[in-house]
Design a protein around this ligand. Sequence first.
Ligand SMILES: [Zn+2]
Length: 415
Amino acid sequence: MNTANHRLLRDINLSLVLQMIQEQAPISQRDLVQHTGLSPSTVFTLINQLHASELLRECGYATSSGGRRPKLLEMNPEGGYFISVDLGGTKISIGVLDLVMHLRQQWVYPTPSEGGEGVFQKLMEIISDTCQYCESQAWKILGIGICTSGIVDCLNGIVIEADNFGWHDFPLADRLKASLGFVPVIEHDTNAAAYAEFVYGAARGQSNVVYVSIGTGIGAGLILNGRLFTGSNDMAGEIGHITVHHDGPMCRCGKRGCLEAVASGPAIARAYVQRRGEQVGVDWVDGKTVIALAEQKDAISYEIVTDAGKMIGHTVGNLTNILNLDTIVIGGGVMAAGGVMFSAIKEGIQSVLLPRMRDTPHISKASYGPSAGLVGIGALSLARMFNAVSLSDVGGGHSGAWGSPAWQRQHGCHS
Ligand SMILES: [Zn+2]
């Protein structure tokens, strides 16, 4: 085996150990050997390297099964920091996360209403400010990640469609690289939130997960066989555009009767206004208001919200039948409002599950609220850094610098 191959092997092992610590911490060296299948001496060497680079720390002792109690290991929170941005239609959140993905600082700004270039300039400004803040705290920045609404080609860092801020085929990664000199990790916001729930939240330790976000739109992020699944062109998870009523209302995608057109926050509000006729104005009603009324047992609201919840449940249940999922996590702005919607979703799921699957999926509300995207894109940046650090210098040259488009093409975008 030549030197490059030796290094490649060592670095793949390093990725494996780091990923295992991230997912299973606190974990003993003995359990790392068992879970990774690597030899004890290899794990020992890698742990020493990680200690030396301050990425790892000891955190107490495991219970002993005879003999000395093994030391437990975890990521060192202070070992490095990630800047995360959640780019939304009405607000831009930016945060700094430590190495265990605790949000150490967060700022929220309104999204510039003029859209287009104005949004990009604002993005640059707040990232620069946050970099300066990190510098003032002597925090070492390891990476920057951005999650965004719309359709995203994360492999090439291009926002294909984001109507909310008027971006079409916008080369976000290239523009940021040209302006700030770094290449960010870019991902769809629902996928980022799904990844946060998978690594740290309600779906931790599960393998086949759907995270459903219900808000202004309805979207889903999929974890299949323990990996984020985004499909052939990063468009997997468009659950909101499954047709549920052939002659239903028009959807913003141009089709009729999509799930989103009958069960999202705005759709619930529209249904309420239609049912109440002239007694209510459209200007004060939104989905959350109707859900709050349903919680107070207002009859019309209750019916609308339970119908919408069951419709979402049927769709998610059918997806669960197709993919044999073990975990369903329901999140998003509308879900934060109450339990009537969640109960109806669960009922809808159970009513369509195949008999043999009825006891299989664990259904829960999301662990993270509005910070899901920030944590998820931070965790993805961390995961990709592990892989890239380990593979970047193999074969010479620096074209494989972590997170770069070249690296992403070479190694696959998703961790
Ligand atoms: Zn649609």
